[in-house]
Each structure stands twice: as structure tokens, then as C-alpha cells.
Design a protein around this ligand. Structure first.
Ligand code: DQA
Length: 147
């Protein structure tokens, strides 16, 4: 089975972007963590990043046709995007929302997520480790047949 792992705006800059908040790993490092976890679990992961909201919508729709579940770090679109919420509702896939930082411990504009109401679970504040944890949790969820 395949899971999509989607990343939103500015996450291509990880490693150099506010390392005190987001850590020093690059997105490529995080992708590698995801592929290692996937091979450990005997599944595959399609890992992508875009700075464009509509591209995320297109990929969520594509995931609905080809994937079993979705891990998404919507980055800043978390806090603004009705379109992402609608796309997730439309495809009906299990989704785990991931953030590197604890968004609830930061500025108040980060405390609201348009994605959380349609997510199976939310992992935030665990840094890059949140990604492989989300993959494992999603795989377990799918194995239990309660997707
Ligand atoms: C983020 C948190 C968001 O508030 C922020 O806009 C990001 C990254 C995180 O992973 O901690 O770009 O999603």
C-alpha cells in the first residue's frame, strides 16, 4: 500500500529556515526518515512538497484515487485553507496532520487549524520524528481495518 506525505509552503527551506523552531534537518533528511519507516513497515511512501495551495488540493485529490492514506504538513495553509479541508472531506481518506513545532505554544494565529477537524489525528511539536510516527500510526490504523 502507498501513503502520500505532502508538505506545504516554505518546508523546502528546512535546514536553513528558523532552525531554533523547525530543527536543522532538511526536507530531504525528513524524506529519508519517511522512506526508512515505510520500508520497515513494508509499505511505500510518495513524498512531495509544494509552495502552492492549489497543488496541494490536486495532490489530495490524486491521493484519493491512488493512495490508502495521507500524512500532511500543510504549513501556513493549515491556518487559512478552507480548500484543503474541503479536499480532505471530498476524498474521505484517513489523514494525519503533522507539524514540526507545537503550533499551540506559538502565536495565536497558529492555534487554529482548518485541517484538524477532518484529520484522524494531529501530531505537533515532535520535530521531524512526527513524520515517521504519523506513517506508523496511519499504517496501524489501516491494518486494523477501521480506516
Ligand atoms: C508548521 C507550523 C506552521 O504554523 C508554519 O506556518 C509552518 C510549519 C510546522 O511544521 O511547525 O510553515 O506547519
Amino acid at each position: 500500500q502507498t501513503l502520500f506525505v505532502l508538505n506545504g509552503p516554505n518546508l523546502n527551506m528546512l535546514g536553513q529556515r528558523e532552525p531554533g523552531i523547525y530543527g536543522s534537518l532538511t526536507l530531504k533528511d525528513i524524506e529519508n526518515l519517511c522512506h526508512s519507516k515505510a520500508s520497515e513497515l513494508g509499505i511505500s511512501v510518495d513524498f512531495r512538497q509544494t509552495n502552492h495551495e492549489g497543488q496541494l488540493v490536486d495532490w489530495i485529490q490524486e491521493a484519493g484515487l491512488t493512495a490508502k492514506g495521507l500524512v500532511i504538513n500543510p504549513a501556513a495553509y493549515t491556518h487559512t485553507s478552507v480548500a484543503l479541508q474541503d479536499a480532505i472531506r471530498a476524498v474521505g481518506l484517513p489523514v494525519i496532520e503533522v507539524h514540526l513545532s507545537n503550533i499551540h505554544a506559538r502565536e495565536s494565529f497558529r492555534h487554529t487549524s482548518f485541517v484538524s477537524p477532518v484529520a484522524l489525528a494531529v501530531l505537533c511539536g515532535l520535530g521531524a520524528n512526527g513524520y515517521p510516527m504519523a506513517i506508523e500510526a496511519l499504517a496501524n490504523h489501516l491494518d486494523q481495518g477501521d480506516a
